[in-house]
Design a binder for this molecule. Structure first.
Ligand code: NCD
Length: 336
């Protein structure tokens, strides 16, 4: 396989930095790692001797554990940094903190920060490769990759074969707090680059002030008009921690107009699926019964997140020219 990524990318900071071919390549690589994750012993020696550190300056359950699991499945050493209990509590700056970690010989820093652009700044200061694990309201590239991977899987199920290269023909509605969502920004870029038709649904107060340059097919406030047309409905959590007062009349009204109720879910197309990045607010953006129904792919997204992050770590660390062809290459490595 010729690799457009290996030896070119040092960091994964934004979906906007990836071309369509590079997205396709990463997803194909993740197919190989999904096969590893399904093995009785889901581990390969690929990144033995390398160190992956997670630096989370903001709360997280699944993203942090997913990166740590991905690193361990590749036999990398892992380090986990938390602000509380660190010298940041004594006033140490972000720059001094990341330079200290870098001096220990970290290969990859996975950074989540409440400020947009923080991982980009870290990337300028350190020798390690940097992965953006969510920066403020800006981007969350690995979430978008795992969402695309999950939707490819849905297309494969429908066709009864292997996953297609891209998402051409798939209609996706992203519903909810688009304005404050880094997931929405990264997902819109990745989904549209892969050929999906993306619609945004949100109350006017939770839609970005300008949608100029967003590669979407439509945007509006009418979920009912779209619910029966979509192949996937992607629900966003209300980012209450980022919201100023007065953007929503009440949670109840929001749930009535924009929540995926059981009644709305029943009007979805046959085979259409529901995605959510988590954490879910059951009863607000999604009914508890819908979240636990056949349509919901939320736990599948979490599972796929490990394989996708293995692909990302592999891509950032494998020496130029060393990328294996998916499946064959990995099978060889595992047997050695
Ligand atoms: C998202 C995040 O942190 O941006 N969660 C995640 O990473 N799975 C979405 C959210 O918090 O709403």
């Amino acid at each position: 396989m010729t690799s457009a990524l290996v030896g070119v990318r040092r960091h994964l900071l934004s979906i906007a930095d990836l071309k369509r071919d590079e997205l396709i390549e990463l997803l194909a690589l993740a197919d190989s790692f999904a096969e590893v994750v399904d093995r009785p012993i889901p581990k390969v020696p690929t990144l033995r001797g390398r160190t992956v550190a997670t630096l989370f300056f903001e709360a997280s359950t699944r993203t942090r554990l997913s990166f740590e699991t991905a690193a361990k499945r590749l036999s990398a050493d892992t380090m986990s940094f938390s602000v509380s209990g660190s010298s940041m509590a004594k006033g140490e700056s972000l720059r001094d903190t990341v330079e200290t970690l870098d001096a220990m010989g970290i290969d990859v820093m996975v950074v989540r920060h409440h400020s947009a652009g923080a991982p980009h700044q870290v990337a300028r200061w350190v020798r390690a490769a940097v992965v953006n694990a969510g920066d403020g309201q800006h981007e969350h590239p690995t979430q978008a990759l795992l969402d695309c991977f999950t939707l490819r899987e849905v297309l494969a199920e429908r066709a009864g074969g292997r996953p297609p290269e891209d998402l051409c023909g798939l209609k996706v509605a992203i519903v909810g707090d688009v304005r404050h969502s880094r997931v929405a920004r990264s997902d819109v870029l990745a989904l549209s680059a892969l050929g999906a038709e993306v619609h945004l649904v949100a109350p006017a107060t939770l839609m970005p002030c300008s949608l100029e340059g967003w590669p979407i097919v439509g945007a509006g406030a009418e979920l009912d008009a779209l619910v029966g047309e979509m192949d996937a409905i992607y629900l966003l959590r209300l980012q209450l921690e980022r919201m100023s007062a007065g953007l929503l009349p009440s949670l109840r009204e929001y749930a009535t107009r924009f929540g995926l109720s059981t009644e709305r879910a029943m009007r979805m197309k046959e085979g259409a699926v529901v995605l959510h990045p988590g954490p879910m607010n059951r009863g607000v953006e999604i009914d508890a019964a819908v979240a636990s129904s056949e349509r919901a792919r939320v736990t599948r997204q979490v599972r796929n997140g490990v394989a996708v992050r293995m692909a990302v770590l592999f891509h950032l660390l494998e020496p130029a020219g060393g990328a294996p062809a998916p499946l064959e290459g990995l099978a060889d490595r595992a047997e050695r």
